[in-house]
Design a protein around this ligand. Structure first.
Ligand code: HEC
Ligand code: HEC
Length: 237
């Protein structure tokens, strides 16, 4: 469990044996979504192994006749879909990832870690403890996938000609509160607003898949996976 080679091998096996029912990234189809904690039973490692080996009798999930080592690899991959990133071994180099994060990636323009950085996006100080590796990956390469409604990009043009850009924090019929990239909050009363446009997309850039090499992406994921405000204590297993 948590071993990057096993997870990678398991991902390949999952692609041949499981995606027909559970979707290419485990997001579900005929079988349940395996990425949402809470949709399926919280199985321990053995339970997961047995489920994959024996299938779910009575439901539509077939048994497999793959050898045990391969079943463990699949189990490691399925586990990695929901296990906190900080508990999952990752192949990238966290130190290089840190440099990309604060430098070339420009991530800190919008995200804070332990009080440093911009305010437009969520604080990432604890992202490794609350997100799985695959969720972090998806947030970077496909920011619209999770659709964070609390971070809707917005541009307001005021009657006095000023333009305020940022993310909408609070909306009522009478007012909107916009947080700009510097973290300043602007409480705008609707009668003072000439036009207001909400973005369809996440404010997070959508081109990181092109801007970063494969290795850089892995390094960034490694860095973020280690962000946890509480020191991580490995499971005894
Ligand atoms: C023919 C469709 C099908 C295939 C192929 C399939 N599954 Fe499933 N799987 C299901 C269904 C349906 C369920 C829901 C069973 C239930 O109702 O509890 C399920 C449930 C599960 C669960 C959750 C079990 C629980 O107790 O909550 C896991 C984990 C799982 N599948 C993993 C896999 C893996 C890994 C593979 C590939 C080796 C796989 N499945 C292949 C249909 C499939
Ligand atoms: C222009 C601002 C901006 C930049 C630059 C930016 N992000 Fe984001 N990011 C956001 C916003 C806003 C969200 C929340 C909405 C969403 O999920 O798309 C977000 C969400 C995320 C999340 C999901 C957080 C969670 O709790 O689920 C991660 C992880 C993330 N960003 C990582 C990065 C990394 C890594 C970089 C640099 C490579 C980066 N971001 C650059 C604005 C930005």
């Amino acid at each position: 469990m948590g071993n990057p080679e096993a997870i990678a091998a398991g991902k390949k096996l999952f692609a041949t044996s499981c995606i027909g029912c559970h979707g290419p990234n485990g997001q579900g189809g005929r079988g349940p979504n395996l990425r949402q904690r809470g949709v399926w039973h919280p199985l321990d490692d053995d339970g997961l192994f047995q489920t994959i080996r024996k299938g779910v009798p009575g439901a539509d999930m077939p048994a497999t006749n793959l050898p045990d080592t391969q079943i463990w690899e699949i189990a490691a991959y399925v586990r990695s879909l929901t296990a906190p990133a900080v508990e999952t071994a990752v192949p990238g180099n966290a130190q290089t990832g840190e440099e990309i994060y604060w430098g070339k990636g420009g991530c800190s323009n919008c995200h804070r870690i332990l009080g440093r950085g911009g305010m437009l996006g969520p604080d990432l100080s604890n992202v490794g403890a609350v997100r799985a590796v695959e969720e972090i990956r998806e947030s970077i390469v496909d920011p619209d996938a999770d659709g964070f409604p609390t971070y809707k990009g917005v541009t307001a043009v005021l009657n006095d000609g000023r333009t305020i850009k940022g993310v909408a924090r609070n909306r009522t019929n009478y007012s909107v509160q916009i947080q700009d990239a510097q973290g300043n909050l602007h409480l705008l009363k609707m009668p003072d607003v000439r036009t207001i446009t909400y973005a369809e997309h996440s404010p997070m850039p959508r081109n990181y898949k092109e801007r970063l090499s494969r290795q850089e992406l892995e390094d960034l994921i490694a860095f973020l996976s280690r962000q946890s405000v509480r020191p991580y204590e490995p499971e005894k297993k």
